[in-house]
Design a protein around this ligand. Sequence first.
Ligand SMILES: [Zn+2]
Length: 258
Amino acid sequence: MLTFVSIKRFFLIALIVLLVGDWMYNIPTFYYWILIGIFLTLTVLGSFLIQWNFHFKSHNSNPSIVENQIALTFDDGPHPEYTPQVLQLLKQFNAKATFFCIGKHMEGHSGLIKRILTEGHTIGNHTYSHSRVFGFFGAKKVIAELQKTNGIFAKITGKQIQMYRPAFGVTNPNIKKSIKAMGLQSIGWSIRSLDTTPLSDDTILHRTTHKLAKGDILLFHDTSPKTIIVLERLLLILQEKNLQSVTVDQLLNIKAYA
Ligand SMILES: [Zn+2]
C-alpha cells in the first residue's frame, strides 16, 4: 500500500543507491531532482486524496455492509438558513445523516445543534476555524482547534465528539498525531458531490448517484440553496433504489460520542 511511511522508506533507499552510484560512476544531478519530484508529488497527492489513507486510515465507506444503507454527510454547518431546510427534507423522507460542524459556526446556534440530535442525526468535529491553511498548522494548534470544537459541543450536550472529518480532506503527520492524541476516528467519503463548485444540479446529482451502492459515504455541505435542491431529488432516488440513509456511526458500527 502507498503510504507516507512506505514512500519515505523507498525515497531513503533510492537516495542511498544514488549516492553510492554517484560515488562510483558520477551520476548526473538530474536524477536527484527526478527522485525529489516523485517524492513531493506523491506526498502532495496523498495529503489531498483521503481515500489513499496515505498518512492515516480514514473510514471512507463500509464495503462489507449487509443492509441496503448509505450515509449522507453534511460539512461546514450548522448554517441558520440551510441546515433547517436539510433537516426538514431528511424528516420528510425518514432519512438520517451526519453533520460535521465547524466549531465557530456552532457558537450561538445551540438550538440548532440540539435539534440535529433530537431528530436522530449525528454530529462530528470539522475543526474550529476551517482555516484555508489548516494543513500547515502544527500539532499543538490542530489539537487546540479540535478540543475547542469538542468543548463547545460538550457544553451544549454533555458529550464528547469521537469522529473527525478532515477540513478540505487534507491529512498530514500533524493531523495524524492530533487525532491519535484525542482518540478521534477520521471519517472520509467514497462519493464527493462537489456541491460547493459551479457544477449544475444535474451534474451533481449524476456524480452522486450513477455509481451509488450500499456502504457508500456521500459528502455534501449544508451551506447553499443548490444542495437543498439536489438533496430533495437525491432522497427520491434513494427511495426508488431502496437505499436507506443512516448516520455514519451506524453505517460503520462505531461510536459517535464518548
Ligand atoms: Zn469543510
